[in-house]
Design a protein around this ligand. Structure first.
Ligand SMILES: O=C[C@H](O)[C@H](O)COP(=O)(O)O
Ligand SMILES: C=C(OP(=O)(O)O)C(=O)O
Length: 337
């Protein structure tokens, strides 16, 4: 009998063949948006973290309806983040800590996380995921359409190597300090072939050999001050051009761009929509942290609400829908220019 800390192998928690074709199609669509072959706007939207799978699936249902409604203008991808990077300490997400209390029952987390991802993918929505622990990537990557390397790990060689191997577009976030150069280096590193250690489907450590990820791109998430304005976007594009990289950025309306105040996200999105409407085709995507209810709650608060974020504050659904409408209108105007 394995002890309770022994993890199932990636094969035991299952590659999901039923959604493989759809995931491959979604990845191609996102790559087409990033490459300018599809004029629509990528919108990566959803909760900061998943702490209640059932409530998050309710959210997915609402988002799927909206994604279908705006499908002529937007490619909507849902944040399905099961790991959280921490500045110092805090809840690290459903995969590493499914009981939300620091017990770290990762074996249960990978099983629960997989079954949540399978159900979320079955809605037909493409899924976004931040790869925080490179080992855990092997449990989830097959259902992910758009991946992120976050502001706290973008300097890490293991994350860059992982990104070079993962079969989906990867957004590299600027550092928490606001500096862009580390993310630009990460895009370059991810574009190259590497050999590095990873986990095989049977759980054995193995040597993975990558060919490079041609769809790695920059995500502007702000720092101590925001970097979503037209001048910041132009500056980022010039930095990318200087590094010989394609001119494309996704801008995160949350995190450093909203000072972690969810009420500021609509203003950021309005600014981004104006840039899109003005014809900026290099602004390929927008990220929004959104969930069922506005705001956040502390994990220590006692009985948790299923509909309220336990990590960063999110915009509630009622305040998210108008943003999707605004972004869709802006993308439509840009496509007609
Ligand atoms: O996206 C969520 C948080 O910003 C990230 O996990 C860092 O959170 P922390 O600064 O509260 O640790
Ligand atoms: C942690 C996140 O972002 P960042 O790395 O930009 O802080 C996130 O998107 O959940």
């Amino acid at each position: 009998m394995p002890d309770q800390d022994t993890l199932p192998t990636p094969a035991e928690v299952g590659a999901d063949r039923s959604v493989a074709e759809a995931v491959a199609r979604h990845r191609g669509t996102v790559a087409d948006v990033l490459g300018g072959r599809d004029p629509r706007l990528l919108v990566v939207v959803g909760p900061c973290s998943v702490h209640d799978p059932a409530a998050t699936l309710d959210y997915a249902g609402l988002l799927k309806d909206a994604a279908d409604r705006f499908a002529d203008d937007l490619v909507v991808v849902m944040r399905a983040y099961l790991e959280k990077p921490r500045t110092v300490a805090g809840w690290t997400g459903l995969l590493p800590d499914p009981t939300l209390d620091g017990k770290g029952d990762i074996a249960t987390g990978v099983r629960q996380g997989r079954s949540f991802l399978a159900e979320a993918a079955a809605t037909g929505l493409p899924l976004a995921y931040e790869f925080v622990d490179p080992m855990l990537a092997h449990y989830v990557a097959d259902v992910v359409t758009w991946g992120a390397v976050g502001a706290r790990t973008v300097a890490s060689q293991p994350h860059r190597h992982l990104a070079s191997w993962l079969p989906m577009p990867i957004g590299m976030k600027n550092c928490v300090s606001g500096r862009l150069d580390t993310a630009v280096d990460a895009i370059r590193a991810a574009g190259l072939p590497h050999a590095f250690p990873g986990v095989a489907a049977d759980g054995r450590l193995t040597t993975l050999r990558s060919t490079g990820n041609a769809d790695a791109h920059l995500v502007l998430r702000g720092g101590p001050t925001p970097n979503y304005g037209a001048a910041h976007v132009a500056d980022a594009l010039a930095t990318l051009a200087g590094a010989g990289l394609p001119p494309r950025v996704v801008v995160d309306a949350s995190h450093g761009n909203s000072g972690k105040d969810h009420r500021r996200q609509p203003g950021v999105v309005a600014d981004l929509a104006a840039q899109v409407e003005d014809g900026n085709r290099a602004l390929v995507g927008v990220m929004v942290e959104s969930y069922l209810a506005d705001g956040r709650q502390d994990l220590a608060a006692g009985r948790l609400r299923p509909d309220l974020s336990v990590t960063d504050a999110c915009l509630g659904w009622d305040n998210t829908l108008p943003l999707l409408r605004t972004l869709a209108a802006a993308a439509r105007t840009r496509a007609r220019r």
